[in-house]
Design a protein around this ligand. Structure first.
Ligand code: TRP
Length: 454
């Protein structure tokens, strides 16, 4: 049975906290133990450079994160566990992908757009303080994923767009070079995974400064953090509402159903908050203590971690190196010692069929519209309605010279929307499913390129 390749990256900037553990590390370690899963987990330390120019912080975070994952039970023999920066094929692929990625696609990336919006608000230049690294973030991430032909990529919701872009970029490369070079990855959002509240009740996050440490500071720091969890002012003896207490949510994420039911009962019966915090602390500590012991032992022997990661890089490169050889060959970076290929080979043959065409018509309301039809007559797009035939003609002209790279195509659940100047100007028919839609997108892109070349 072909195993499912599940890949995810961890940006190495911070120190893992309890929320990272319950929300990402624990489920990933569990998934890696399933027989059908071929897990690729890596430290995205090139991505970390986008966020931090502090070498000490990068170094410390890489060590802490590697030790945390290993202490949490990740088995480097069954999982390919590596550092991005130990796999030179990733930045190499990143460049290949950069050259097929529409700049317009990157303009729409949430993280970049947020930076631009912030600048606009502050009355600054749109790109003030924005590095090319931030701008290229999605392409590097696409390289991380596509280099290994990952099927599934478990991430947080904030990363969904990046996975969609990886698909887009991979598909574009496949299309341009005429082959199935890359598996198109699917995003996995683990709905049932715990999102933990932080000390103040908001989602636990470094950016809110409300985290509970996982290992840092030992049992003492864990206990101190638990004692700082915000509660309401109900006194001992007064019934507490478990469902509005972060204390309870945290407990539940680390306890069995029976323990959870007992804790709920205790709150309803008026256990004091101080005592409840002690119960929570003990529950957490009983799970964390053995991991912390392994963690401390690992951190004390960085050379051992280094060796594990080097072995991981060897396994990763055993896949990425031959993959990049195929890609280099495909894009024309070939050895000159082999037989030269004719200048007309490859692409020209692929596009030897008839060009796509426009078909104009008037709709029932007497307005002017047109369709873009593929060479075989398939309807690719139907334009919006124009009152004036000249406007419809001008729109055809613009679409004709657009080319796929400059086309902004929004995906709807089963269809495509072509946008110009931020406005939808034409739409595809509704397709049976997302795969059919994705294939139609490829045909549309092909047609747009054909038109632009004519
Ligand atoms: N950007 C991801 C995050 O911040 C980390 C990451 C980098 C990643 N490369 C990846 C995740 C590839 C999944 C696949 O969470």
């Amino acid at each position: 049975m072909a195993r499912l390749r599940v890949l995810t990256g961890i940006t190495t900037t911070g120190t893992p906290h309890l929320g990272n553990y319950a929300g990402a590390i624990r489920p990933a370690v569990e998934a890696s133990r399933r027989a059908e899963v071929d897990a690729f987990y890596f430290m995205a330390d090139y991505h970390a450079l986008i966020k931090s120019d502090d070498p000490a912080r990068i170094e410390r975070s890489r060590l802490e994160i590697a030790a945390t994952w290993l202490a949490a039970g990740l088995d480097p023999h069954t999982v390919t566990f590596y550092r991005q920066s130990d796999v030179p094929e990733i930045p190499e692929l990143c460049w290949f992908l950069t050259c097929v990625t529409a700049k317009g696609l990157l303009n729409r990336a949430h993280a970049y757009k947020a930076a631009v919006d912030k600048n606009a608000e502050a009355g600054e230049d749109a790109d003030a303080g924005v590095t090319a690294g931030l701008y290229m973030y999605p392409v590097l991430m696409a390289a991380d994923i596509l280099a290994f032909d990952a099927h599934k990529v478990p991430v947080g919701r904030d990363q969904i767009q990046h996975i969609e872009m990886a698909r887009d970029i991979g598909q574009r490369f496949n299309h341009l070079y005429g082959g199935e070079f890359f598996v198109l990855p699917e995003v996995v959002i683990e709905e049932q995974v715990a999102t933990l509240p932080g000390l103040d009740g908001r989602k636990m996050s470094k950016s809110y400064d409300n985290t509970i440490p996982l290992f840092a500071g030992g049992a003492k720091a864990l206990r101190e953090a638990v004692m700082r969890i915000v509660t309401d002012s109900r006194l001992p003896g007064e019934p507490k509402d478990p469902d509005s207490a972060s204390l309870f949510t945290l407990f539940r994420a680390f306890a069995s159903e029976a323990e959870t039911a007992a804790f709920r009962q205790a709150l309803l019966e008026g256990i004091g908050w101080g005592e409840a915090k002690q119960v929570l602390f003990e529950r957490l500590e009983s799970q964390i203590a053995p991991m912390r012991e392994r963690y401390d032992a690992l951190v004390a022997k960085p050379a051992q971690i280094e060796e594990i990661l080097q072995e991981g890089a060897r396994k990763a490169r055993a896949i990425a190196t031959p993959k990049l050889a195929v890609l280099r060959e495909a894009i024309g970076l070939r050895s000159m010692a082999t037989v030269p290929v004719s200048a007309a080979g490859g692409k020209a043959e692929k596009a030897a069929d008839k060009p796509p065409r426009f078909a104009s018509f008037r709709d029932e309301d007497g307005r002017f519209r047109f369709r873009l039809l593929a060479a075989d007559g398939e309807e690719l797009l139907l334009s919006s309605a124009f009152a004036d035939p000249k406007a419809a003609g001008l729109m055809q002209k613009r679409i004709k010279s657009l080319g796929a790279a400059a086309a902004v195509v929004q995906l709807t659940s089963h269809g495509l929307l072509l946008e110009l100047d931020g406005e939808p100007v034409a739409s595809s028919p509704e397709h049976a499913d997302a795969q059919a839609r994705d294939r139609a997108l490829e045909r549309l892109r092909e047609a747009l390129d054909r038109l632009a070349q004519a």
